[in-house]
Design a binder for this molecule. Structure first.
Ligand code: ATP
Ligand code: FE
Length: 433
């Protein structure tokens, strides 16, 4: 089954083509259609009608079929929002509107597919900015309606939670020089020799991971996490721990009581005068820096709760900077960035391992933009190694918003023949588990 997936929940317009190794429904439908069109084929026509109308019954099989990423295109709006130090919802919607069709065209071209090859659509339906979500949803609905294809709405958090299951035919690599502009809507697809169908095409800003510190490669891991697993979503708007019982079954165990970790990175980045978004900037600034005796508090650093808190930490950084007579120089910025990052990472590692221990689940997955953080990846790998917990990290490019994870999360429902169709709406808030 080949799925065209769309993501537009915040400030990234993204489209991807993914292929599930399972699910021959389309081929079966095509075979029945051919038979039904032959003269005197009443029986085949009835069989076709049954196939089209009756969804495959729900399954309790907690497996996620292997999903290969054929293309993955992300157009970031970071440059538009950077002057404001955060996402401006109205601006985001307008930018999605102009980016959505070129991004979809590019995803199809990179996958060397046309709309005629697509079996189903998936689109993020929430949580997120309603104006932004609606652009992706309307585009997906229009294609689904015109091509008579099923369409399912996907929860963005579930997609982040499952992102470590994504598989590519070749390793993820960020192109050495990502193109800075979208192709014009009328531009023909690039010739096959210029395409890189297995690579995420980062079209600008936010997802440019080239500036981040490099990491030693992790020891080889089993191909994909199995269930149950413990999942940490650590993103711009959320920080929460889930027991993941299957690809569609999540139970929330804990969450932040105030700021999300990514939000704290962005706010502290602003306090330090670093470029927006603060996460990648702090990651780069803190690289190789020892904070020395500078230590910021760790929110809810107790064993009686798995919840997180980051607003006190942010205030402590602000107080530290205010107490100085002069603005911090470059070295001080790096030292504060390292001490702040150390505090966030320590909380995330401690609570995640505590949750694994409490639930006796020796598998941990990470998802969301902050999961790209070098110090977090290193510390989590060390702690999990010592505790005998198998750690599954998405490729760094798969941590921030992308549509490949949306296609992946949609596959179980699509394989069951489900279709949200024209009734699909946007949900600004949509808790899971
Ligand atoms: P949500 O997923 O909660 O709806 P979102 O989609 O805006 O929010 P993501 O795109 O998943 O969030 O992640 C963006 C966040 O990740 C930003 O806050 C950004 O600063 C942070 N981030 C990205 N890269 C890094 C990094 N290397 N280190 C720390 N934080 C990072
Ligand atoms: Fe996200």
């Amino acid at each position: 089954m080949i799925v065209l997936a769309i993501e537009s929940s915040c400030d990234e317009t993204a489209a991807a083509v993914v292929e599930s190794a399972e699910g021959g429904e389309r081929a079966e439908t095509d075979r029945l259609t051919a038979e039904a069109l032959r003269p005197g084929s009443g029986q085949a026509l009835r069989a076709l009608r049954r196939t089209l109308r009756e969804p495959v019954p729900p399954t309790s099989d907690p497996r996620l079929p292997t999903v290969l990423v054929l293309s993955d295109v992300v157009a970031s709006q970071i440059e538009e929002h950077a002057p404001y130090g955060g996402v401006v919802p109205e601006l985001a919607s307008r930018r999605h509107l102009t980016a959505i069709l070129p991004v979809i065209r590019r995803a199809l071209a990179d996958a060397e597919r046309t709309l005629g090859d697509i079996d189903a659509l998936a689109v993020t339906a929430g949580p997120g900015l309603v104006g932004s979500l609606l652009i992706g949803i309307q585009a997906a609905k229009a294609i689904a309606h015109a091509k008579r294809l099923p369409l399912v709405g996907v929860n963005h958090l579930a997609a982040h939670l499952l992102s470590s299951h994504l598989r590519r035919k070749s390793p993820v690599a960020v192109p050495p020089s990502a193109p800075s502009a979208l192709p014009a809507p009328s531009a023909p697809p690039a010739p096959p020799s210029q395409r890189s169908s297995q690579r995420p095409q980062r079209l600008s800003g936010k997802s440019d991971l080239r500036a981040l510190p490099s990491l030693p490669s992790l020891p080889s891991l089993p191909s994909a996490p199995s269930f149950p697993s413990l999942g940490l979503v650590v993103s711009g708007g959320h920080t929460a721990l889930y027991a993941v019982q299957g690809p569609e079954r999540f139970a929330q165990l804990a969450a932040t009581r105030d700021d999300a970790a990514g939000e704290a990175f962005d706010k502290v980045g602003k306090l330090l005068g670093l470029p927006y978004p603060g996460g990648p900037a702090i990651d780069a600034a803190a690289d190789g820096v020892e904070p020395g005796d500078l230590r910021f508090p760790r929110g809810l650093d107790r064993k009686d709760t798995l919840d997180f808190s980051f607003s006190g930490l942010k205030t402590a950084v602000a107080d530290h900077l205010r107490a100085r007579c002069e603005p911090p120089d470059r070295d001080e910025v790096r030292r504060v960035a390292a001490a702040f990052q150390e505090s966030v990472v320590a909380s995330l590692v401690k609570k995640s391992l505590l949750a694994c221990e409490r639930l006796c689940i020796p598998r941990l997955t990470l998802g969301g933009g902050v999961a790209a953080n070098s110090a977090l990846r290193r510390a989590m790998a060390n702690a999990c190694g010592a505790a005998g917990i198998a750690l599954f990290l998405p490729a760094r490019a798969d941590c921030t918003d992308n549509a490949a994870m949306v296609g992946l999360a949609a596959v179980p429902r699509l394989l069951r023949g489900e279709d949200d169709g024209g009734a699909l709406g946007a949900r600004s808030s949509w808790p899971i588990g």
